[in-house]
Design a protein around this ligand. Structure first.
Ligand code: NAP
Ligand code: G4F
Length: 346
């Protein structure tokens, strides 16, 4: 067991919740930054909640927003973490076309705010940047650490900026700052407007007779889809090395959206062609056609290897939705309003 302290931005997100579980199990004291909202947004970590009055408590939450540099600085100074996992971002690619300025501010500049604070205060911490395969954009697959970036969205552009900011602080100031270039990773905790969770939920609801169809955009795009619970382990490993470096994290295989949809529907005995409708609002002004990661560097140097591929991922996500419906345990975000919102946010 370790006595280290970690700070996680984006602790309420998919990856933040799995990483928190991992770090608590390793004995870390974990601090997480939560956005103030008028409704609760901590559902993914509620099962980990610890009363801060308990002397044994090792999980602490703090209000903060990436766009508020003063608050980020005061939290870093107060917590003085050994390791910073910077996961927070406006992470939805389609939404980034609607909100490019906010995406640049939060997803791009947010990284610089943290790095500059760490530099100015001389904090002796290690820094993980949640970089993305979306940075590769139209670069042909397989993509690896040496592949030139060609982002295709404001989100991808912001992540490229943050990637280079991280490398620059490493090279200019000798900071232990790394980029984990993670390919798509999913789980039952995935946000409901990402395609895998949207489809897994729809398949379960259609099987249960709660709806009849689901509207989707481009079915031809190919993604390298892995399981989020496995990917956070690679993040942790990147901060335990002798020297900082950047790593691709991926399964090395890809399938199309269409194939993923077919896996989900087949798992509940349905033919997807009877239920999937096209809606152009889910198309993007520019698309990323084909992502497949070469994670051999992570395997060789970090000893990290994924075990879950897309077909199994689809099955476990659909099973989670079926079980949630069966036990009336409606997932954190209630279905009806979210499905309506998906019509806007996709
Ligand atoms: P996610 O589920 O969308 O979580 C994003 C987190 O960031 C949430 O906790 C969110 O808070 C927080 N956040 C958003 N804007 C913020 C702001 N202005 N200030 C403070 N917090 C803010 O994303 P994820 O799938 O866990 O991904 C984690 C990170 O990895 C993200 O940076 C993402 O871009 C990157 N990434 C993800 C993938 C993937 O396939 N999942 C692949 C490559 C890279 P709320 O809960 O309040 O919204
Ligand atoms: O699930 P998606 O929205 O994920 P996308 O755009 O690949 O981005 C995710 O992975 C990135 C890593 O490469 C992360 F950095 C990013 O934060 C995020 O986690 O869309 C996947 C594919 C796209 O080609 C999209 O056009 O599915 C296609 N798609 C088709 N119909 C749809 C839909 N996507 C969404 N969200 N909703 C649809 O109805």
């Amino acid at each position: 067991m370790t006595s280290k302290t970690a700070l996680i931005t984006g602790i309420t997100g998919q990856d933040g919740s799995y990483l928190t579980e991992l770090l608590l199990a390793k004995g870390y004291q974990v601090h997480g930054i939560v956005r103030r909202a008028s409704t609760f947004n901590t559902q993914r970590i509620d099962h980990l909640y610890q009363d801060p009055h308990d002397p044994e408590a090792r999980l602490f939450l703090h209000y903060g927003d990436l766009t508020d540099g003063t608050r980020m600085a005061s939290l870093l100074e107060q917590i003085c973490p050994d390791e910073v996992y910077h996961l927070a971002a406006q992470s939805h690619v389609r939404v980034s076309f609607d909100e490019p300025e906010f995406t640049g501010n939060a997803t791009g500049l947010g990284t610089t705010r943290l790095l500059e604070t760490i530099r100015v205060m001389g904090l002796p911490c290690r820094f993980y940047q949640a970089s993305s395969s979306e940075m590769f954009g139209s670069a042909p697959p397989p993509q690896h650490e040496g592949t030139a970036f060609h982002p295709r969205s404001p989100y991808g552009v912001a992540k490229v900026y943050a990637y280079w900011a991280t490398r620059n602080y490493r090279e200019a100031y000798g900071m232990y700052a790394v980029n984990g270039i993670l390919f798509n990773h999913e789980s039952p905790r995935r946000g409901l407007t990402f395609v895998t969770r949207k489809v897994a939920l729809a398949a379960a609801r259609i099987k249960a007779g709660l709806q009849d169809e689901v509207h989707l955009g481009n079915l031809e795009a190919r993604r390298d889809w892995g399981y989020a619970a496995e990917y956070v382990n690679a993040m942790w490993r990147m901060l335990q090395q002798d020297a900082p470096d950047d790593y691709v994290v991926a399964t090395g295989t890809s399938c199309s959206v269409r194939e993923f949809v077919a896996y989900c529907f087949a798992h509940v005995g349905l033919d997807w062609r009877n239920h999937v409708r096209f809606d152009e609002r889910y198309l993007r002004p520019a698309e990323v056609d084909h992502l497949v990661g070469d994670a051999s560097k992570a395997e060789q140097l970090l000893g990290w290897r994924p075990t879950v591929q897309a077909p199994e991922l689809a099955r476990l996500m659909v099973d989670a939705e079926v079980n949630a419906l069966r036990t009336q345990c409606v997932p954190a975000q209630a279905h009806g309003p979210v499905l309506a919102a998906a019509g806007v946010a996709g």
